[in-house]
Design a protein around this ligand. Structure first.
Ligand SMILES: [Fe+2]
Ligand SMILES: [Fe+2]
Length: 331
């Protein structure tokens, strides 16, 4: 993707907005500035995003880490490494830093990620496992062969934590229904098989995303019964990418489940904001205003409401001021 040029004044105002120097910028407005900076994919943008890690909001900080990974800039690695190494930081933020290192995919990150395979937090451990497998896969023969053949995954602009399963990648999503059903049930078996490495299960997950039919969404929803918070939050993230109303009942169930982890509920809230059908609105409002709900859930609903309003408006772009449309999936 070509880089977008902006004036120094515009960069300064994005920095003031994201870092909230004056203390009066709403969280969802800061998110919009962040997504604008992410789209710039420049070292200056990486520098500004890195500065905002002094903020108290775990939600904002995990999104900073996500966006740094999506820029694929090597210059983001020192910040991401220090976030991962900071064991006092919220695990959701550390997880996202490790995942971002996987997205940037520099071989130098492997030894750092290995140090955290025994981290006390399960999501951090599992993320490091997947990120290492991704970096190794990116340098494999299979990866080279698959380059340029992934017509389905080009629908999605994200750098994913795992590639789709290669043997099923070239099958068109609308191929004969028996083949499609067969593929979906084979992928669902891999998705749910806890004896397989997580990276392999993630590959099945992204294959199901690329198929994207209601049947594939049902198969993905069955993953919400898993015990891994990381695994479940990725399914919710994928639903945010697919923006299919078919996933709304499963996502609402996750958002409303007070026994579910904050990270999974947060991802469900933001997916619902992107899908933006009328029935999700009262639920987002309810959880945004619930005083005893975890702050990550409340803040996610605030951002999700802004996304909902954007999707239901005539606004041209979510991340504004660049004169081009920026696709959004809040992580
Ligand atoms: Fe995440
Ligand atoms: Fe997230």
């Amino acid at each position: 993707m070509s880089t977008i040029q902006v004036s120094p004044d515009k960069l300064k105002s994005l920095e003031e907005c994201l870092c909230n120097f004056k203390g009066n910028v709403a969280l969802h407005t800061r998110f919009r500035a962040l997504f604008t900076l992410k789209a710039l994919k420049s070292d200056e943008a990486v520098g500004i995003i890195s500065k905002a890690f002094s903020d108290p909001s775990a939600l904002l900080k995990h999104e900073l880490a996500y966006c740094l990974g999506q820029t694929k800039k090597i210059s983001a690695l020192p910040t991401l490494e220090s976030v991962l190494r900071n064991t006092a930081e919220d695990p959701m933020v550390r997880h996202e830093a490790a995942e971002a290192m996987g997205a940037i995919s520099d071989p130098s990150s492997v030894s750092i990620l290995r140090e955290y395979l025994t981290d006390s937090n399960r999501s951090v451990r599992e993320t490091c496992e997947i990120a290492i497998a991704k970096i190794e896969w990116d340098n494999s023969e299979e990866s080279k062969k698959m380059q340029g053949s992934s017509s389905e995954s080009q629908r999605f602009t994200s750098v994913d934590p795992a590639p789709a399963t290669s043997s099923l990648l070239r099958r068109p999503p609308s191929s004969s229904s028996s083949l499609s059903t067969e593929s979906i049930s084979a992928l669902q078996s891999q998705l749910l098989d806890t004896s397989l490495p997580l990276f392999k299960r993630y590959r099945a997950m992204f294959s199901l995303r690329n198929i994207g039919t209601p049947e594939a969404i049902d198969a993905l929803s069955s993953g919400f019964a898993d015990s891994s918070e990381l695994f479940k939050h990725e399914i919710a993230f994928i639903f945010g990418q697919l923006v299919s109303p078919h996933s709304v009942p499963a996502l609402l169930k996750v958002l409303q489940d007070t026994q579910e982890s904050d990270m999974v509920r947060h991802e469900a809230a933001e997916a619902l904001g992107g899908i933006a059908t009328p029935e999700v609105l009262p639920h987002l409002r309810e959880w945004m205003n619930k005083e005893d709900a975890p702050s990550v859930v409340r803040e996610s609903c605030q951002v999700a409401l802004d996304m909902w309003e954007y999707e239901n408006s005539n606004e041209f772009q979510y991340a504004n001021g660049l004169g081009s449309t920026i696709p959004i999936t809040v992580a």
